[in-house]
Design a binder for this molecule. Structure first.
Ligand code: HEM
Ligand SMILES: *[C@@H]1O[C@H](CO)[C@@H](O)[C@H](O)[C@H]1NC(C)=O
Ligand SMILES: *[C@@H]1O[C@H](CO)[C@@H](O)[C@H](O)[C@H]1NC(C)=O
Ligand SMILES: *[C@@H]1O[C@H](CO)[C@@H](O)[C@H](O)[C@H]1NC(C)=O
Length: 355
C-alpha cells in the first residue's frame, strides 16, 4: 500500500513536471514558503539584499559591572531565575538564547521583542511577526527576574540588559559551564516595536548569500554567522521548516523526523538529535552528516563556509570561545543609551512601555 502510494506521488510529480516541485515562493526573508508569489509578503528588501556591510557595532556606552554600584543584586537575580527555569526545562534556556538574538536583530538590543503594546495604538508588535509568533519562549523568566530586580532597585535595570544577562546564563548552564559570555550592561529599552520589521531576521529557507547579507546588515561577519548558527545544537523547531527537505537529509534522520512529525506542521522536533539539550559543537558534525533541519543550516556546507564548519566540528574548545565573542558582539547591535534621542527608557514592566 505504501509503495503504491509512493509510486502514485512520483507519477504525479513526473506528470506535473519540475514546476510543481520548484514552484514554491520563498518570502519574508526566508521565513515563508508559499505556494505562489504574494507581493505583500514577498517584496524584496533592498536594505537586506544589497549586502552592504555596515561597521561592526561598537558597543559604546556599555560597560562590565555596570550595575555593581547601581544595583548590586541585579545580575545575581537574573542568574537565579535562569538557573531555576533551565533546571526545570532546558528548552526554556534555548528560548532565552534565541530571545536575545531576535531582540538584537530588530531595532537593536532594546527589548523591543518583549513588547505586547507600545505608545502607538493597536499596532502589531515584533511578537506577532512570523519568526516570533507561537514560537519564542522564556518571557516568564525575564518577567520573574525583572520583578525581583524592581523590588530591589526600582527603575534602574533595563529589560534589554535582563535579556542579555539571561542569554549569558542560559548559555552557561546549557554548556555545562563551558561557555561564559562576557556581558556588559547599560542598554536602554526602546519604545517602539513593529511586526513587519521582523523580516530583518534571516529565515530557515534562506540560502548562504541571504544569511551573510542579513548578518552583514547588522555589522556581523560571515564567520560570526556560522559561529552563531551553532546555537541550533539546542532547542526545537516546528516540522513546517524541515518537512520539504527530508529527501536531502541523512535517510535515518529523515525517517525519524517523518515519524515524529506525522504530517503535522506544528509538531516540534529537537534540532540536535545527538545531544539535544547541550550547547556544544555537535551542530557542525550534524551539518556534515546531513542531520540538520533547515536549508539555512544545510547551506553552511557551501564552499565559502565549509572550512569553518569543519574546524568547529573537529577542534575541541574552539567553537565555544568563538561563540562567546560573537554573542558579545551581537549584544552591541543598535544599542540605545541614556538620553537617547529616540526616547529610550528603563521600562518598569518588560511587556509594555512606561506611560
Ligand atoms: C542563521 C540564521 C538563523 C535562522 C534562519 C534561524 C531559524 C530558526 C528557526 C526557523 C527556528 C525554529 C522556530 C520554530 O519552529 O518555531 C529556530 C530555533 C532556534 N534558534 Fe535559530 N535561526 C538562526 C540563527 C540563530 C542564532 C544566531 C541563534 C542564537 C545565537 C539561534 C538560536 C535558536 C535557538 C536556541 C532555537 C530553539 C528555540 C527553542 O527551542 O525555543 N538561531 N531558529
Ligand atoms: C511597518 O508597519 C508600520 C506600522 O503599521 C508602518 O508605519 C511602516 O511603514 C511599516 N514598515 C514597512 C517597512 O513596511
Ligand atoms: C540566494 O537567493 C537569491 C534570491 O534571494 C538569489 O538571487 C541567489 O542567487 C541565491 N544564491 C545562492 C548561492 O544560491
Ligand atoms: C550541500 O548540501 C546540499 C544538501 O544537503 C547538497 O545538495 C549540496 O551538494 C552540498 N554542497 C556542497 C558544496 O557540499
Amino acid at each position: 500500500m505504501a509503495t503504491k502510494l509512493a509510486a502514485l506521488i512520483l507519477l504525479a510529480a513526473f506528470i506535473a513536471g519540475p514546476a510543481a516541485c520548484e514552484g514554491a515562493s520563498i518570502c519574508f526573508n526566508g521565513w515563508l514558503r508559499l505556494p505562489s508569489y504574494n507581493p505583500r509578503l514577498c517584496r524584496s528588501r533592498p536594505d537586506i539584499q544589497r549586502r552592504q556591510r555596515i561597521p561592526s557595532p561598537s558597543g559604546s556606552g556599555l560597560s562590565y559591572g555596570y550595575y555593581n554600584s547601581r544595583c548590586p543584586s541585579a545580575e545575581k537575580l537574573v542568574t537565579a531565575a535562569v538557573r531555576k527555569a533551565v533546571a526545570a526545562n532546558p528548552g526554556i534556556g534555548a528560548g532565552l538564547i534565541r530571545l536575545f538574538f531576535h531582540d538584537c536583530f530588530v531595532r537593536g538590543c532594546d527589548a523591543s521583542v518583549l513588547l505586547t503594546a507600545t505608545d502607538s495604538n493597536n499596532m502589531d508588535t515584533e511578537r506577532e511577526g512570523p519568526p516570533n509568533k507561537d514560537s519564542l519562549r522564556g518571557f516568564e523568566v525575564i518577567d520573574e527576574a525583572k520583578a525581583a530586580i524592581e523590588a530591589a532597585c526600582p527603575g534602574t535595570v533595563s529589560c534589554a540588559d535582563v535579556v542579555a544577562f539571561a542569554a549569558r546564563d542560559a548559555s552557561y548552564f546549557l554548556s555545562n559551564r563551558r561557555i561564559n559570555i562576557p556581558t556588559q550592561g547599560g542598554r536602554y529599552d526602546g519604545r517602539e516595536s513593529f511586526a513587519n520589521e521582523t523580516d530583518q531576521l534571516p529565515g530557515p529557507f534562506s540560502n548562504v548569500t541571504e544569511l551573510q547579507a542579513s548578518f552583514a546588515a547588522k555589522g556581523l561577519t560571515s564567520d560570526e554567522m556560522v559561529v552563531l548558527s551553532g546555537a541550533h545544537t539546542i532547542g526545537r523547531a516546528r516540522c513546517m521548516f524541515s518537512s520539504s527537505r527530508l529527501s536531502e537529509m541523512d535517510p535515518a534522520f529523515a525517517a525519524k523526523l517523518r515519524a515524529q512529525c506525522n504530517g503535522d506542521d506544528n509538531t516540534n522536533v529537537n534540532q540536535d538529535d545527538v545531544t539535544p539539550d547541550v550547547l556544544d559543537r555537535q551542530y557542525y558534525q550534524n551539518v556534515i552528516d546531513r542531520k540538520v533541519l533547515f536549508t539555512s543550516d544545510a547551506v553552511l556546507n557551501s564552499t565559502e563556509t565549509i572550512a569553518q564548519v569543519t574546524e568547529n566540528a573537529n577542534r575541541a574548545g574552539a567553537w565555544e570561545r568563538k561563540f562567546e565573542r560573537a554573542m558579545e558582539n551581537m549584544g552591541k547591535i543598535g544599542i540605545k543609551t541614556r538620553g537617547d534621542q529616540q526616547g529610550a527608557e528603563i521600562r518598569k514592566v518588560c511587556s509594555r512601555v512606561n506611560n
